[in-house]
Structure formats: C-alpha cells, structure tokens
Design a protein around this ligand. Sequence first.
Ligand SMILES: Nc1ncnc2c1ncn2[C@@H]1O[C@H](COP(=O)(O)OP(=O)(O)OP(=O)(O)O)[C@@H](O)[C@H]1O
Ligand SMILES: [Mg+2]
Length: 218
Amino acid sequence: MKTVATYSRKGGTGKSTISFILACFASAAGHRVLLVAMDPQGDGPRWASGGDRKLMEGDYFESPLGFTVLFSPRYMPELDTTDWDLVVIDMPPEVETVSQVNPNLWLTPLDGRDAVLDTMPVIPQMIASGAQVLFVMNKVDTAGKRVMETLHEGMESISERHEQVFFWSDELPVAGSIARVPSYFQPPWKVPFGKGTKGANSSLDLCTSVMGMLELRS
Ligand SMILES: Nc1ncnc2c1ncn2[C@@H]1O[C@H](COP(=O)(O)OP(=O)(O)OP(=O)(O)O)[C@@H](O)[C@H]1O
Ligand SMILES: [Mg+2]
C-alpha cells in the first residue's frame, strides 16, 4: 500500500482537486484506491458521488468512478494495508492533522506567496518524516510572474538541498498549473481527464509523475 497525503497550510490551493484527480487516475490504471477525505468540507466525496450526496461523518462508499471513498473529517483511521494499492488523503489545512498521517509522499499544492509562507513552518516536519515531498505550483495564473519566479527559485533550492524533495512545474507563468480551463473544473467529476486542453494534459502529467514516484504503474 502506498499513501499520498495532499497538504498545504493554506485553503483553496487545490488539495481536493488534485487528490480527486489522482484517485480517478490511479483507479483508471487498475489500482485499488481509497480516497480519504479528512477535509471536513467533503469536496472529494461529493464529487466522487456525482455531486449530490448528503455526507455523514464516517461515510464509506464506492464511487461510480471506480474507487472507494471514506469521509473522515480531521481523523485518520487505521487501515488494513493489504486492502489498497493506493490511499490518497485529502487533508484540511490545520497543522494538527499532519502528525496523524505517515504517507510515502506529501503532495503540496501552492498557489502563491501566502501558501508558501504559511506552509513553510510545516515543511521540516514533512521532510523529517522521511517521506518524499512534492511541491506543485497550482493556480498560479493569478499570482504575478515575478513573485512566481522567486517562489520557483526558493522551492527549487529546497529540493536541491534535500534529495527526497521535488518541485513540479512546467514553465512560468503557468508553472505547473494542473488546469487553467474553468469548464474542466465545473464540476470536476464530470470530465476527470478531458484531453485536448493544456491543463488537462498537465494534470495527467502530474498524476503520471506521482505514480512514478510511488513506483505504481500508470
Ligand atoms: N489548476 C487549477 N486551475 C483552475 N482552478 C483550479 C485549479 N485547481 C483547483 N482549482 C479550483 O480552485 C478551487 C479550490 O480548489 P480545491 O477545492 O481543490 O482546493 P483545496 O485546497 O482543497 O481547498 P480547501 O482548503 O478549501 O479544502 C476550486 O474551485 C477548484 O475548482
Ligand atoms: Mg479541499
């Protein structure tokens, strides 16, 4: 069983979106996938259910998209490691939740300067856990080009100093945005992997990279 925890200490950076797309991608590749939503908003479970499910704490169900979903706000339960090839944990921004999970890979979307500054204090804890860490610049179209270049350099210098830390981006100023096309995300569960847009291709590339880091076939 491999575990990915999607975490950043700022809201709205794309944690749920990336977790959801990764769960779709991995199950489409034939893996047994569990998406755990520790995020109390339950966006992932709602999208996975087709958008209209009334969520209750502890909800556990099969998504028509091919993976299993657990809605477990702020709480990470013990799992039977033989049941799953991949567990994707969509985390809330609260720092207290970080110590509950022990992933193989921290996947950290950052949408600009505030996200980097807010998340920075938690990064040593992530690195010290021995897990891989992947920073993903996401939704950066709204940030200034110069700001993004500076962040890009800062994140790259962290990844140069720590061999298990990686930085994922395409080219500035899009800088690895997993998608720029609003219709692709409205609602995301309808077209998880629509081809033909730069964003969609880019999110496929991200999922492929993550699967490679976890040594799972994609
Ligand atoms: N690459 C992207 N391009 C455009 N919009 C995006 C992208 N990634 C996410 N979004 C949009 O940004 C919003 C926030 O994304 P999401 O809900 O995944 O963030 P989050 O980090 O899970 O937020 P929260 O902290 O509230 O749980 C959503 O409306 C989503 O559709
Ligand atoms: Mg979320």
